[in-house]
Design a protein around this ligand. Structure first.
Ligand SMILES: [Zn+2]
Ligand SMILES: [Zn+2]
Length: 128
């Protein structure tokens, strides 16, 4: 794993510098100019490693490939059902959803996931 640390660092920096929630393929395309010897398999492996350690977020869209986010502060995502774009929903916060969900639940809730789905502005303006 140490062998890949420079490439992993490069992938992490790439993710932290962009806001478009890329897929593994998109990350691969953009780190290749910096790390010409990197393979798509290495990108996949490092992305899952980075998301396991909490350094990046993995966003499953429920349809198509996973997207990744270098911004790990809790925030809410919108997923376009037409083009698969993943966008940040600015200014939205669910107030204590775990507290609310726990009221009628006997177990312990540690985490939750909230996603919004619809059509992005770009898709709406194309008007297919
Ligand atoms: Zn769209
Ligand atoms: Zn995000």
């Amino acid at each position: 794993m140490v062998k890949y640390s420079r490439q992993r660092e490069c992938i992490l920096r790439n993710l932290q510098s962009r806001k478009d929630h890329p897929t593994a393929d998109m990350v691969y395309e953009s780190v290749r100019c910096e790390e010409p010897n990197i393979s798509l398999g290495t990108v996949y492996r490092n992305l899952s490693l980075l998301s396991e350690t909490g350094q990046i977020l993995k966003i499953s869209t429920g349809n198509g490939p996973d997207h990744f986010d270098g911004f790990t502060h809790p925030h809410t995502h919108f997923i376009c059902k037409r083009c698969g774009n993943v966008l940040d929903l600015e200014g939205f916060s669910a107030t204590n959803p775990i507290d609310q969900a726990s009221v009628h639940f006997d177990g312990r809730i540690d985490d939750y996931e909230l996603k919004f789905f619809g059509s992005c502005a770009e898709c709406l303006s194309i008007k297919k």
